[in-house]
Design a protein. Structure first.
Length: 66
């Protein structure tokens, strides 16, 4: 289970990075708070990341290397 959560966290982090790169390429600027709030996909990815980090924390798994 822990391996699956770590894998999902890595995937979500990559998707968030890709989202930011796509936003920059599309809009020609770095996203601001209102851009993050208005994008449902970004919010969903952020929720997944938060849940994964909480699970790993409860299992005493350090994720600073990811």
């Amino acid at each position: 289970m822990q391996t699956c959560v770590l894998r999902e966290l890595r995937s979500v982090k990559n998707q968030l990075k890709q989202w930011g790169e796509n936003f920059l390429a599309t809009h020609g600027r770095i996203p601001n708070d209102s851009d993050y709030i208005s994008d449902g996909h970004f919010k969903e990815l952020t929720k997944k990341k938060k849940v994964a980090l909480k699970l790993l924390e409860s299992w005493n798994i350090t994720v600073h290397l990811l």
